[in-house]
Design a protein around this ligand. Structure first.
Ligand code: SAM
Length: 232
């Protein structure tokens, strides 16, 4: 269970109404039962329910069961598409160990509005689901141009596009431990964006194979290749 509260051995953790409802009404847990808690910062703790009632509850942390598992320094930047597919991208990115998820506005982005709070909740649920101890931040929608203007040039960009070089080859050749994957919208990148990205020394155009993948498939494929080569 995710709680936005510090965790350490002996720490008391209060529950809000929704959390209490989930544990005591849905899961039917009683005082004395143990629940695994994480907050995205302190790892996972086994906590004992000491107060259980409908309006609230309390747990006390016992031993740490998992240390904080920080993902490698990989960002996923993608142009939002249809709602369900955007949710899918965020969910899979969190499962696959993205450290940060950045929805971006490109020249051909299909949707210029996102619900950042909804997407952040999806990332949290995905981390919870796969037993992660870290929750990636989902940022607000940002313009690609603006993001690139302030770019930390030591962070390499795996620019997924029609390219002559395969992703694996590029990842094997380029040095750097901070990376961002860039996935375009359904309409791909504009000629101006391509030109700009080709001119940036830290952006590396890569192919994910001869087939044109949907953006959500491309995001998962790109993260898989990256994790296989540079991840842990
Ligand atoms: N017609 C579009 C175009 O001209 O690029 C296709 C866009 S594709 C549906 C959506 C995004 O997925 C692309 O912008 C790219 O980032 C990524 N993508 C899809 N297939 C790819 C491939 N084979 N290699 C590299 N990136 C790919």
């Amino acid at each position: 269970l995710f709680v936005d509260h510090p965790l350490s051995q002996g720490q008391t953790v209060p529950l809000d109404k929704d959390q209490s409802n989930y544990l005591f009404a849905v899961m039917r847990l009683k005082e004395g039962a143990f629940v695994a808690l994480f907050n995205g910062r302190d790892g996972e703790y086994q906590a004992e329910i000491t107060v259980a009632n409908k309006r609230g509850g309390e747990l006390v942390c016992h031993a740490q069961s998992k240390p904080l598992l920080m993902p490698p320094d990989l960002w996923l930047m993608f142009a939002p598409i249809k709602k369900a597919r955007t949710d899918f991208i965020v969910e899979k990115a969190a499962e696959m160990g993205a450290a940060k998820i950045l929805p971006i506005n490109t020249d051909y982005t299909n949707s210029d509005r996102i619900r950042q709070d909804r997407l952040q909740a999806h990332a949290l649920e995905a981390a919870e689901q796969c037993g992660g101890t870290y929750v990636p931040e989902v940022t607000e929608l940002q313009k690609l141009d603006r993001l690139l203007a302030d770019w930390d040039q030591t962070r390499q960009i795996m620019f997924c596009d029609e390219a002559l070089v395969g992703a694996a080859e590029v990842l094997g050749a380029v040095k750097g431990d901070k990376w961002a994957i860039l996935i375009g919208p359904e309409g791909g990148f504009s000629a101006a964006e391509r030109q700009k990205l080709h001119d940036l020394p830290f952006a590396h155009p890569v192919s994910l194979g001869p087939r044109i993948l949907r953006a959500d498939t491309a995001a998962v494929a790109a993260m898989t290749v990256w994790q296989q080569h540079l991840g842990d």
